[in-house]
Design a protein around this ligand. Structure first.
Ligand SMILES: C[S@@+](CC[C@H](N)C(=O)[O-])C[C@H]1O[C@@H](n2cnc3c(N)ncnc32)[C@H](O)[C@@H]1O
Length: 481
């Protein structure tokens, strides 16, 4: 477990931890049968199992139950490693322990699975006297073995799959030499990637979908109508005079305003930097920052960076909606999406670094978007999914420390204030995976946000990791490995 670099689970009725565990690990002091009957592994991990190691009771039927239980929570590319499948001596294969080195009859499970589950990909390696099997190609819906499990368990405990001579046993198991494991692992890595890689045609469709999603989030498709509504609002406020011809030919009649609006969507800045003219975009980001967010998501995927996706400060939800669309396109069921906001605007400035920057809803009602409205925005894109999304409502100082995520691959900070940026970094930075990406939306626009990033790293005695600047305000960095 000390080698794990991702959220992990360890089960043993009598464990003893002698090495520091570097990853968030849940320890269960119970048998695996008890664990699987009491717990839902998918809920605990928030994802399917990536890698499991079966090395419990040295009895074939117990190993079989562990493998079948794990398959329920596996994907096709999950790997289950089974120890003790290739004993060096036949005396080691007794069901009760009589020798110092002892494998029990776990080897029978290999013969059994090859007979009953030829669809599984099973390779055995001649490693360290007792051998090791790697199993992939799982199908969580398969019930072939479970249907007659009681009978199979009796057969496994008896002689049906047993050998009395070690030569026969090793011939039947047909192990690969230990050296071949290196090539197998390289091949497995490629296969796991390709299992996840979207086929070319789907990739083109996915790219088109994400492009259309960005255009929709920016309301670029209906920009004329947005301009019409802004025109009518100005007329009602007495700032313009109503003329049906203007309403009808808004493009020509208000060309300059239209160009301003287009530019504001490109660069992610309200016309005249006036929040009251925020319009109908679902995000304050412009196209450049949306494209950059998209590229960051691709980068964590290409780099196999483990962890969830999270935005702190979501406003109307557009950035998170793009992340939800990206997860859908990539068929990524592993990562959760965490959507954190007060859903009632910004807190009153209390930190000296925030000075008198009062962005509370009393002054800026446009900044307060309710959780229901954000969820509705997810829903209109067909992207609301309560199994994979967590909406965390409240002030960051209260909600983030216990945020239900153990590991984060991409963290987006967009809370504007010193306090909001600092609270987010303090609560979550240690959970960002090495190689994970931290995006700071207001780095260029708000000096107090930049100050919070600098102070955070200064308090830790670390340099701010090298920043990539996206546009006039957005920047991101990769957490050093
Ligand atoms: C600039 S907006 C976020 C823009 C959004 N990311 C986008 O792409 O359009 C800032 C958001 O942060 C939230 N916020 C700021 N500070 C917060 C805090 N300390 N706790 C909770 N929410 C906060 C506000 O409610 C607001 O929705």
């Amino acid at each position: 477990m000390a080698l794990a670099r991702c959220p992990s689970i360890a089960i043993d009725p009598d464990f003893e931890i002698r090495f520091p565990l570097r990853s968030p690990t849940r320890l269960y002091r119970q048998t695996s049968d008890e664990f699987f009957s009491n717990e839902n592994l998918k809920e605990l991990l928030g994802a399917t199992v990536d890698l499991a190691f079966v090395d419990g009771m040295h009895k074939a039927e117990f190993a079989l139950r562990d493998i079948l239980n794990l398959e329920t929570y596996a994907s096709r590319s999950s790997v289950v490693v089974v120890d003790d499948v290739l004993p060096e001596k036949i005396e080691w294969t007794t069901r009760e322990r009589h020798t110092t080195a002892w494998t029990g009859d776990v080897y029978k499970v290999i013969r059994f699975l090859r007979e009953h589950r030829p669809d599984l990909d099973i390779s055995v390696y001649d490693i360290e006297m007792k051998g090791m099997a790697l199993i992939t190609g799982f199908n969580p819906g398969d019930r072939t073995v479970q249907k007659h499990l009681a009978r199979h368990e009796v057969d496994l405990a008896g002689d049906r799959y047993a050998y009395s001579e070690i030569e026969d046993l090793r011939l039947a198991i047909a192990p690969e030499p230990a050296d071949a494991l290196v090539d197998y692992l390289a091949d497995l890595r490629t296969r796991r990637r390709t299992m996840r890689v979207v086929p070319k045609q789907d990739a083109q469709t996915g790219a088109l979908y994400l492009d259309l999603l960005k255009r929709s989030l920016l309301n670029e498709i209906y920009l004329d109508d947005e301009l019409r509504l802004l025109y009518l609002r100005d007329c009602l406020a007495g700032q313009d005079s109503f003329d049906y011809a203007v309403l009808h030919n808004i493009r020509e009649a208000r060309l300059e305003n239209l160009e301003d609006l287009k530019a504001s969507r490109r660069i992610g800045r309200f016309p005249d930097r006036n929040i009251h003219r925020s319009g109908f975009s679902h995000t304050m980001m412009g196209r450049q920052r949306l494209d950059s967010l998209h590229a960051c998501l691709d980068a964590v995927s290409a780099g196999d960076v483990p962890g969830d996706l999270m935005e702190c400060g979501v406003w109307r939800g557009g950035g998170c909606i793009l992340m939800a669309g990206w997860l859908r396109v990539h068929g990524d069921n592993q990562r959760k999406l965490l959507v954190a906001d007060s859903f009632e605007g910004l807190p009153k400035p209390t930190h000296t670094q925030d000075g008198k920057l009062d962005l509370t809803k009393e002054k800026f009602p446009e900044l307060a978007v309710s959780k229901e409205a954000v969820r509705e925005n997810f829903a209109v894109y067909g992207l609301l999914d309560d199994h994979k999304q967590v909406f965390l409502k409240g002030w960051f100082r209260d909600t983030l420390t216990n945020a239900p995520t153990l590991q984060i691959a991409l963290l987006r900070l967009d809370g504007d204030l010193y306090e909001s940026t600092m609270d987010t970094l303090q609560a979550l930075y240690d959970r960002v995976s090495p190689g994970g990406i931290v995006i700071v939306d207001d780095y260029g626009a708000l000096p107090m946000c930049r100050q919070a990033v600098e102070d955070f790293f200064a308090f830790r005695g670390e340099a701010v990791p090298p920043l990539t600047h996206v546009d006039w305000t957005g920047a991101f960095f990769v957490k050093p490995c």
